[in-house]
Structures are given as structure tokens and as C-alpha cells.
Design a binder for this molecule. Structure first.
Ligand SMILES: Cc1cc2nc3c(=O)[nH]c(=O)nc-3n(C[C@H](O)[C@H](O)[C@H](O)COP(=O)(O)OP(=O)(O)OC[C@H]3O[C@@H](n4cnc5c(N)ncnc54)[C@H](O)[C@@H]3O)c2cc1C
Length: 416
């Protein structure tokens, strides 16, 4: 079979699937891209809403370290297509990038839409055929792994490809297309799947109604959190997060979310210590609290001596009784370590990303499933997780490149 006769079905038009389609079409293969939604890249566009964080400029070793237990597998993908290559690729689409103060890399205009437009233009020019509103619903009974079944507006269809790339995403923000419905279909075909879990997610806290009504949406700024994870390692970091009606969310919480989620799973809850004044030592705080306050209320004393007010004072009232608020030692200690008990991660649909997915042990080095010859997996549906910071898009695209190269190698092996 020649390249032109080879037909590859890419299912899922997120960054992973689009990247696979680009690599395959550039090699002259006939590429058909299917997506359940009316248009591709919906989560990618959402990611652009708050400023599209494409990748990170830190040294490669630190970058690879962000993938934790899956470092070895993701590092192998990043060596072929890593943060540098991603930036070059973006520049190749006519979009300039810049490095923010935190080292994060963004398009100059921060947006995803111009990038996606240029990308789609390139893919169409390369001959990729897009089939929207095609929801993959698994394999026809007893069919070959590369035979697929779709629900379409015209009814159910079945088709046969020479190779398949599944890039169906995780299970967050299901209204944008990625709903995790694929898990049982893939598992039934003998491909091991780790349970999907929320990653970069918020958590529930049993706030009082008073606190929730008053402070939902209000940020905790310039604070620090610390706790010990299930393996006895201490996590401590400065940053900010937001109180919600049901708990907490935001960058500092997301950074700790994998460890907090695992701790809740193991122990039923996780208590983190919130330092309301990380730039002041415990002694400084104690001296300020102990300073004679005369006729002033505790609230105005805390405000004038320590600048504590609003949500920071509010959270002290959440955890201390009236008497404790008037006990200077207890109050000073608590300002440096407010115990916040997290009782559950927020539902996966609200999360930024998904942990769990197709286990690497079920795949070869080219992301082809041992149980499904000719079927390759890419993107967030694989079993890895990473913090926010551009790592999610970079690894999704890197795996799209790897799966496509796997298809090409597979084709060469099959060629007469
Ligand atoms: C609010 C938000 C902000 C984010 N910001 C950033 C950021 O700034 N930087 C960053 O690196 N990451 C960010 N992410 C994460 C990033 O968007 C994802 O990691 C990335 O989109 C995953 O790419 P993917 O191609 O694997 O999956 P997806 O982008 O989820 O794409 C999967 C595609 O598969 C399709 N699909 C699913 N099931 C089927 C089916 N059965 N049949 C047919 N099609 C199907 C879906 O419709 C979808 O188009 C953000 C995520 C969210 C929610």
C-alpha cells in the first residue's frame, strides 16, 4: 500500500488530535479527523480565555520533572517535541510568543483563536478532511481494532481505517466535548485504564453560611499553604487562591491539588495550614498581636498592626471561637497556620484537567496499544498529570506527534 492509499482516522480534534493530523498529513497520508462537536478545539479556545499558556521556559530537566511519576514516559515524548519545538511551531504559524515574569510562555496577544485559525488553515491545505458531529461510540462487535463506529446526524456509520489515533481528551468541561465516555469501550478491548480523577481542581470546605455568602469569589492574596502529603513529604508554597461558595480554588490550590486529592482519597480529608502573613515571622506576628490594644476591638487591632482585614479576618473567625480570638497566643499562632480542612475535590467536570487514563504499560513506545494493533492514543486521555503552566498543552501535543510518528512507523512495518 502506498502512502496515498493509507487512510488514518484521527478521533478527537483537540490539540493532541490536530497535532497528530498535522504530522500525518505532512507525510502525504490520507487523514480523516472526526469530532463529536460541531467544531474542533473548543477546550483549546477556552484555555485562551484567561491567556493561553502554551508552554514554560524553565530548563528542560525541571520541565520534565513536572510530570511526577510519569516523568520517564512524558520525557521521552518531550525529547522529540518539547517546549522549544512547540514555540518554534507556534512561530511557524505566524504567531509570536513571549515569556511572562513567571517563565510561562504565551502568544503575544494571549489568545487561542488566531492560532487555531492559522492551524486549521494549514491542516485544510494539507488535505486533512474534517468530519464534525461524528461521535465515536466504540468498535463494531468483533471487528478489527481499526474499524470504528460513529453516531452522526445521518445515523450510525461504521468505517475501516488503516490506522487510528484516539485523542479524546479527559473528562472535564464535558460540554466542550471531552466526556470520558470512552473509558469502558477501551477497557473492554483489553487496554488498561486508570480511573479518571480531577486534576488542577478546587476542593470543598465546610464554610459557615455566613463566610460563604460574604466571601465567595474573594481572593486570599499573598498567603502560603503547607501540609504533609501521604508519603510524609512537606508541601509549602506562597501564592494566592480564591474562596468559593463551597470551598477553595485557584492557582495555589491547583499546584497542590494532586497531593491533596490523593490525601483525601487515603485519609478521608486533608488539612492544610494557611499562613495569612507569610512575609512576617511568627515572632513578629506574636509581638504585634500582644501589643496593647487599649479600647480597640480585636478586628481593628489586627488591621492597624498587621494589615489583616476582610477575608483574612473572616477565616480566623471561621476556625476560632470568640474566646480564642481574644487569646493573643492562640490568635497569633493561628494567623500563621489557619487549619483548613478540605473534605472532597470538586467534581471532575469542573477541573482544569484529568488525571488517570490509558496506562502507558498498555502501550508501546509509539503509543500503540498492545491489545489493539494499529490503534494509537494521545493527549489528556493518557495516564499522566501535570500542574498548570503550559505543561498540559505541551504534553498533549508532544503525544500527538509521537502517536503520528508511531502510525508512520507502523505503516512502514506493514508495507509489502
Ligand atoms: C479552563 C481551562 C483552561 C486551560 N488552560 C490551559 C493553559 O493555559 N495551558 C495549558 O497547557 N493547558 C490548559 N488547559 C488544559 C488543556 O486545554 C488540555 O490539557 C488540552 O486541551 C488537552 O488536549 P487533548 O487534545 O488531549 O483533549 P481535548 O482538548 O479535550 O480534545 C479532545 C477532543 O475529543 C473530542 N471527543 C471526545 N470524545 C469524543 C468521541 N467519543 N467522539 C468524537 N470526538 C470526541 C472532543 O470533542 C474534543 O474536541 C486548560 C483547560 C481548561 C479546562
Amino acid at each position: 500500500m502506498t502512502k496515498k492509499e493509507k487512510k488514518v482516522a484521527v478521533v478527537g480534534g483537540g490539540p493532541a488530535g490536530l497535532m497528530a493530523a498535522e504530522v500525518l498529513s505532512a507525510q502525504g497520508l490520507e487523514v480523516h479527523l472526526y469530532d463529536a462537536m460541531p467544531s474542533v478545539g473548543r477546550k483549546f479556545l477556552l484555555a485562551g480565555r484567561g491567556g493561553l499558556n502554551l508552554t514554560h521556559s524553565e530548563p528542560f530537566d525541571s520541565f520534565a520533572g513536572r510530570f511526577g511519576e510519569r516523568r520517564a514516559q512524558i520525557e521521552a515524548l518531550l525529547r522529540a517535541f518539547g517546549p522549544e519545538q512547540l514555540r518554534e511551531w507556534v512561530h511557524g504559524l505566524g504567531v509570536e510568543t513571549f515569556v511572562g515574569t513567571s517563565g510561562r510562555v504565551f502568544p503575544t496577544d494571549m489568545k487561542a483563536a488566531p492560532l487555531l485559525r492559522a492551524w486549521m488553515h494549514r491542516l485544510r491545505a494539507a488535505g486533512v478532511r474534517f468530519h464534525m458531529r461524528h461521535r465515536w461510540t466504540g468498535w463494531p462487535d468483533a471487528a478489527a481494532p481499526t474499524a470504528l463506529r460513529f453516531a452522526t446526524p445521518a445515523g450510525e456509520i461504521e468505517l475501516q481505517a488503516d490506522a487510528v489515533v484516539l485523542a479524546l481528551g479527559g473528562a472535564s468541561w464535558s460540554r466542550l466535548g471531552s466526556d470520558g465516555a470512552w473509558v469502558p469501550w477501551v477497557a473492554e478491548r483489553g487496554v488498561a485504564v486508570a480511573p479518571l480523577m480531577p486534576a488542577n481542581c478546587g476542593f470543598d470546605v465546610a464554610w459557615t453560611t455566613h463566610f460563604a455568602e460574604r466571601f465567595a469569589g474573594v481572593p486570599f492574596k499573598s498567603v502560603a499553604i503547607s501540609f504533609t502529603d501521604t508519603r510524609g513529604r512537606r508541601f509549602a508554597r506562597k501564592g494566592e487562591f480564591v474562596a468559593t461558595a463551597s470551598g477553595v480554588e485557584g492557582s495555589l490550590i491547583y499546584a497542590a491539588s494532586a497531593l491533596l486529592r490523593d490525601k483525601i482519597a487515603a485519609q478521608g480529608s486533608a488539612t492544610l495550614l494557611l499562613d495569612l502573613l507569610p512575609d512576617r515571622s511568627a515572632e513578629q506576628v506574636r509581638a504585634a498581636v500582644l501589643h496593647p490594644r487599649g479600647a480597640r476591638s480585636v478586628a481593628s487591632h489586627l488591621k492597624s498592626r498587621l494589615g489583616l482585614e476582610g477575608i483574612k479576618t473572616g477565616v480566623l473567625h471561621e476556625v476560632l471561637t470568640r474566646e480564642q480570638m481574644h487569646a493573643p497566643d492562640t490568635l497569633a499562632e493561628t494567623i500563621k497556620a489557619v487549619p483548613l480542612r478540605l473534605i472532597a475535590p470538586r467534581p471532575i467536570d469542573e477541573a482544569i484537567s484529568t488525571a488517570g487514563g490509558v496506562r502507558f504499560e498498555a502501550l508501546d513506545a509509539h503509543l500503540m496499544a498492545a491489545a489493539l494493533p494499529g490503534v494509537f492514543f494521545a493527549g489528556e486521555m493518557l495516564d499522566w498529570e501535570a500542574p498548570t503552566g503550559g505543561y498540559l498543552l505541551t504534553a498533549s501535543m508532544a503525544s500527538g506527534v509521537a502517536a503520528a510518528r508511531g502510525v508512520l512507523l507502523h505503516g512502514e512495518r506493514d508495507a509489502p
